[in-house]
Ligand binder design. Structure first.
Ligand SMILES: NC(=O)c1ccc[n+]([C@@H]2O[C@H](COP(=O)([O-])OP(=O)(O)OC[C@H]3O[C@@H](n4cnc5c(N)ncnc54)[C@H](OP(=O)(O)O)[C@@H]3O)[C@@H](O)[C@H]2O)c1
Length: 276
């Protein structure tokens, strides 16, 4: 066991990310952009990837002042695009310390109108692509992994993969199913990759402002807040905080977990006026 004299528990050491490299899918907007910014501000070199080149360019402009950052326009559901992305990570960094599988899609419709294409697209983006990209980037993760400092895979799940969402009004069958499956994929990958010194965890956010949540925020913000025991939505620094923990020495022994960042929404039973 390491003695107190050998290790520092100062936050600047325990939570340090200096010198690490990260790939953030869906890093051109919303939570991905926030997490990329948080990593850059803590000394991580970052590549973001998303489909639309204009969004990548805009995000890169916003991120560049904070550190060394690259953007690759890439559809993570497409094998050829992933190949290009992995080559770019190898070219820029040589090895990868942190993979954040954040790119995501949603589709809402009543059951009788819910199209097969919509269901397939959501599962393909939120689940299949996470599996494929993690496999494709494995050798680069292994290159940075050690028993003392494992490489980290962090999957962005959702509280909707834990409970059945009620606030949206329009059912999101594929989304909830994809995120619940992603949470379990996280556990199976964690067991499989532990021997390679790679940890795999998922973060399950509640409601945060983004393009994806724009419609529900506009129409149901009050319901969202009522449904949350803390009576508010999430703040960007609360996503960055959990990512810094999971990616740093402090989080090195945390493996195969699904961590809700939702103010307690997923473990409550909806609006409770008696608590306020
Ligand atoms: N915001 C919330 O309240 C909330 C709550 C729970 C979970 N989440 C999860 O958080 C993640 C980020 O969502 P967000 O809320 O930040 O939404 P967002 O702003 O819409 O971000 C989604 C990102 O994914 C990218 N993307 C979508 N499909 C892609 C594909 N096939 N290949 C590559 N990139 C793709 C988008 O860029 P392009 O359009 O350019 O591809 C965009 O950068 C998602 O996994 C979502 O399910 C969000």
């Amino acid at each position: 066991m390491t003695s107190d004299a050998d290790s520092s528990y100062a936050i600047s050491n325990l939570f340090s990310l200096t010198g690490k490299t990260a790939l953030v899918t869906g890093g051109s907007s919303g939570l991905g952009l926030i997490m990329a910014k948080g990593l850059l501000q803590n000394g991580v070199r970052v590549i973001i990837a998303s489909r639309k080149k204009e969004k990548c360019d805009l995000a890169l402009k916003e991120l560049a002042p904070f550190g060394e950052c690259y953007a690759v326009s890439c559809d993570v559901t497409q094998a050829e695009d992933r190949k290009r992305l992995v080559s770019e990570v190898e070219k820029q960094f040589g090895a990868l310390s942190i993979l954040i599988n954040n790119a995501g899609a949603n589709w809402g419709a009543p059951l009788h109108e819910y199209p097969d294409e919509g269901f397939a697209k959501v599962i393909d983006t939120n689940l299949n692509a996470v599996f494929s990209l993690t496999r494709d980037v494995l050798s680069l993760l292994e290159k940075s992994a050690s028993p003392e400092d494992p490489a980290r895979v962090i999957n962005v799940g959702s509280m909707d993969g834990i409970h059945v969402p009620i606030v949206q009004r329009v059912p999101t069958f594929a989304y909830s199913a994809s995120k619940a499956a992603l949470h379990h994929l996280t556990r199976t990958l964690a067991v499989d990759l532990a021997s390679k010194h790679i940890t795999v965890n998922a973060v399950a956010p509640g409601f945060f402002e983004s393009r994806m949540t724009g419609y529900v925020f506009e129409h149901y913000k009050q319901d969202i807040e009522d449904d949350c025991p803390l009576h508010r939505v999430g703040k960007p620094d609360e996503m960055v905080g959990i990512i810094v923990y999971l990616a740093s020495r402090a989080g090195a022994y945390t493996n195969g977990t699904v961590i809700p960042v939702d103010g307690g929404t997923s473990i409550s039973k909806g609006a409770r006026s008696w608590t306020s």
